[in-house]
Design a protein around this ligand. Structure first.
Ligand code: TYD
Length: 137
């Protein structure tokens, strides 16, 4: 999606089943997220001060959740940047294809859970920012 913008991305409130013994949040295909999840991965043990991401995807939809702790996600469509603080396990940031993203400020012990619409493919990545802005034009 070359024409996508950062305004196509937003934080989705996921349902939280609260219980005195602990809470549960469920993410269901096409109910909580508008895509079928083909892959789940999680980032953890990110050293303080480290930055992740630094790339865009050509066709991948993702839901990014701070399953534990907090971090920031900066989205960039080549024109506009928006930064989101994720710090609730019942909120997910929907990132559409064609958006450059950078993840920063990971708190100690944080876990970044990602639901993705496709299996891993290096061909779907744009890892060079100049190539990204060219591709967007
Ligand atoms: P990458 O997506 O570049 O990391 P991040 O955006 O979190 O900084 O992934 C780092 C490496 O991990 C990548 O070079 C290959 C591997 N990897 C897989 O093999 N499968 C996957 O689903 C993902 C996300 C990464």
């Amino acid at each position: 999606m070359k024409s996508s913008t950062v305004y196509d991305c937003s934080v989705i409130e996921l349902r939280k089943h609260s219980h005195i013994k602990g809470n549960i949040t469920v993410v269901e295909n096409n109910v909580s997220v508008p895509f079928d999840t083909k892959r789940v991965y999680y980032l953890y043990d990110v050293p303080g001060g480290e930055s992740r991401g630094g790339h865009a995807h050509k066709g991948l939809y993702q839901l990014i959740v701070a399953a534990s702790g907090s971090f920031t996600v900066t989205l960039d469509d080549g024109k506009v940047k928006r930064t989101f603080l994720l710090n609730r396990p019942y909120q997910g940031l929907m990132v559409v294809p064609g958006i450059w993203r950078t993840l920063d400020d990971f708190s100690s012990g944080s876990v970044c859970l990602v639901l993705a619409s496709e299996v891993y493919s290096e061909d779907d990545y744009i890892r060079d920012y100049q190539s990204f802005t060219k591709w967007k034009k």
